[in-house]
Design a protein around this ligand. Structure first.
Ligand code: HEC
Length: 145
């Protein structure tokens, strides 16, 4: 996996910034994220699975079921358990629109609450359900550039 310390720093800083802006009715996005797989599944199904499903390009990690997700989790993989800042899957979601690698490709489509959900799940070790589960796109695909 590529190691991008500058981007890592930036994503951490941006994530903190975003989290700070989250509180309108809730006191901070983290309070509402339990980091459960169900909450993460909803985020991925709304923001990612439209493109990262079965008809994806080479080099795009597969997110359409928990068996594929499991292959992305581990040290030096896309999702590093316990370490969102080293997880490429989390990093790309925190990048701004100005960065061509931002995911979803618009950059702004993912909310601070959804980001916090992803982060807490990874911090908790990225647990998956014992039973294989399919992820199905929800709603319209996030805008592409
Ligand atoms: C509109 C389609 C689309 C959506 C939605 C989307 N992606 Fe992607 N993703 C792509 C494409 C195309 C690539 C491969 C080209 C590239 O790297 O830009 C990619 C590549 C990636 C990569 C590897 C690229 C790298 O720079 O390491 C990761 C990780 C990733 N996506 C995560 C996500 C996550 C997480 C979400 C949801 C928050 C998401 N993507 C949503 C289209 C999408």
């Amino acid at each position: 996996m590529r190691d991008l310390p500058v981007i890592t720093f930036c994503s951490t800083a941006c994530a903190l910034l975003f989290a700070g802006c989250a509180g309108n009715s809730t006191p901070g996005a983290e309070a509402v994220s339990d980091g459960s797989f169900d909450s993460v599944k909803t985020v991925l199904e709304r923001q990612c699975v439209h493109c990262h499903g079965s008809a994806r390009l080479a080099g795009m990690p597969a997110l359409s079921n928990t068996r594929e997700l499991a292959t992305l989790i581990g040290t030096d993989r896309w999702i590093v358990p316990g370490s969102p800042e080293h997880s490429r899957l989390y990093q790309v979601a925190t990048l701004s629109d100005y960065n061509p690698g931002a995911m979803p490709p618009t950059g702004h489509a993912i909310s601070p609450k959804d980001l916090a959900t992803l982060r807490v799940w990874i911090e908790k070790g990225a647990p998956l359900p014992a039973q294989e589960t399919t992820l199905t796109p929800r709603g319209t695909a996030p805008r592409s550039r």
